[in-house]
Write a protein that binds this ligand. Structure first.
Ligand code: HEM
Length: 151
């Protein structure tokens, strides 16, 4: 078992608290990534070609939301099947190929994890604990390892 029932419950219950504002939180953790590593924004074709401010870019918000939802869903998949399944519309191999071609590096995944955890802490301070942090970390790490193994 790579994730416990308690860890899944922690991820899902905190997600339920955040889901109404999830796009805002998701954008927030990407903006935090770009604050720490400004050059990471250049990896995105739609940011290179756009004159919109980062926080107004709908494609950036959509990518950020994808990361947030997939990390949350990974908790349930890991619990049920012991592995990550990124859904019917994509595959781990496709995600690996897209990220590899875009030049996404280990450090981007690492800093994004930090940004995700800080954002969750700010979003649900009344739920925050070491256990909650560990539960989200496990989900994110398994999702990223699945992608990186194919890169
Ligand atoms: C594209 C998910 C982390 C940069 C994508 C796509 C998805 C996705 C679903 C769209 C793939 C498609 O075109 O069909 C994820 C997940 C992540 C993650 C689940 C982590 C758990 C990152 C990080 C970066 C990044 C850390 C760092 C900069 C990109 C770029 C693209 C992309 C540059 C291509 C966008 C474009 O130019 O069209 N990602 N991503 N991703 N992602 Fe991520």
């Amino acid at each position: 078992m790579v994730i416990t029932a308690k860890q899944e419950a922690l991820v899902v219950s905190s997600w339920n608290e955040m889901k109404d504002d999830a796009p805002t939180f998701a954008l927030k953790f990407f903006l935090r990534l770009f604050e720490i590593i400004p050059s990471a924004a250049k990896r995105f074709s739609f940011l290179r070609d756009s004159s919109l401010p980062l926080d107004k870019n709908p494609k950036l918000k959509a990518h950020a939301m994808g990361v947030f939802v997939m990390t949350c869903e990974a908790a349930t998949q890991l619990r049920k099947t012991g592995r990550v399944n990124v859904g019917a519309n994509t595959s781990v191999q496709h995600l690996a190929s897209v990220h590899f071609k875009a030049g996404v590096a280990d450090v981007h995944f690492e800093v994004l994890k930090f940004a995700l955890l800080v954002t969750i802490k700010e979003a649900v301070p009344y739920m925050w604990s070491e256990e909650l942090k560990e539960a989200w970390s496990e989900s994110y790490d398994h999702l990223v390892v699945a992608i990186k193994n194919e890169m």
